[in-house]
Design a binder for this molecule. Sequence first.
Ligand SMILES: Cc1cc2nc3c(=O)[nH]c(=O)nc-3n(C[C@H](O)[C@H](O)[C@H](O)COP(=O)(O)O)c2cc1C
Length: 353
Amino acid sequence: MTSHSTRKLHGDLPSASSKVASADRKELAAIAFERTRMPMVVADARTPDLPIVLANKSFLELTGYAAEEVLGRNCRFLQGPATSPTAVAEIRAGIADEREVDVEILNYKKSGEQFWNRLHLSPVHGDDGQILYVFGSQIDITEYRRIEALEASEHRLLREVDHRAKNVLAIVDSIVRLSNAEDPALYAASIQHRVHALARAHSLLAERRWTSISVEEIIRQQVAPFAAARASFSGPDIRLPAPDVQPLALVFHELAVNAARHGALAVARGTLSISWKPGPLGTGLNIRWQEVGTGIPPKSAKRGFGTVIVGAMVEKQLQGRIERNWGNEGLLVNIKIPADRSPSYDAPLDHAK
Ligand SMILES: Cc1cc2nc3c(=O)[nH]c(=O)nc-3n(C[C@H](O)[C@H](O)[C@H](O)COP(=O)(O)O)c2cc1C
């Protein structure tokens, strides 16, 4: 140390100081270094491996080490298994180039607790331009990072809620525009039933915390109130992502209402069999809706709102295909929903008209 002290430091002057303060500048600087709440260390650049020669109270408090445990050591003792080697390499390169370094690095306290360190390093040169010391300051940004991560996940959640609200509003919009009845009371009732079907699917999603829902559960929820013991449900446990649940629920609501009014559930011995399986490559979803007991379609059958909404949900919202055929036994509906498709949240339903 004695040989070091003969060299003159190329020091910075304070940005603002009066004559009085200038006279006490060195002592005041030492007091400030010790009293600041910012952890700080100084390493000796002329001794191999940059040992710490000064550390303030805040540094010891942050890291949990005692003075004698840090003096004479290289600061890398703060690093550990999860510290990024890239961040370390960045520091190494900055020190070698004798330039300032700003890096966020994962460090460890003496207790083993991890903390995120926003590290700033700055070389201190002598009047002759030779590097003498490296000054370092550490800010614990663990809490800041935690809040940042929380905010990011909150942001994602809000976007998700926004998408889903838009999606369901688009469905409701179609229901309102396309529902059709001469009588205002019937018109209101038809809308209400459809909105209730959506609400039931919504409750199911909320109960499951907006995770995927089994196809069987979605179908049963919508069909069982109309079909009671006359429907059979069969298929493997396939789960549908949350955004697809409401469109599919409305499809089954409409098919069930239609069957109850004009189809198999409207005749005494009519039955309904609903089965599903994955698509040909083991992905996606194929659903078969078979009504039995009605025979050929009633002459009065026309493309009503139910058919329109089913088509809109399958083709626009779920980007699938639907086929309706009347066999000898009754209506057969095949629905194919592909697995890979672009997000369907905002798909407009207007074309369904
Ligand atoms: C003054 C000074 C302070 C430092 N403070 C830290 C620190 O708080 N955390 C850290 O991970 N590394 C810190 N370092 C970096 C390491 O001491 C070391 O330079 C770095 O790990 C790169 O060198 P290495 O590859 O030989 O380990 C500091 C370095 C200096 C010179």
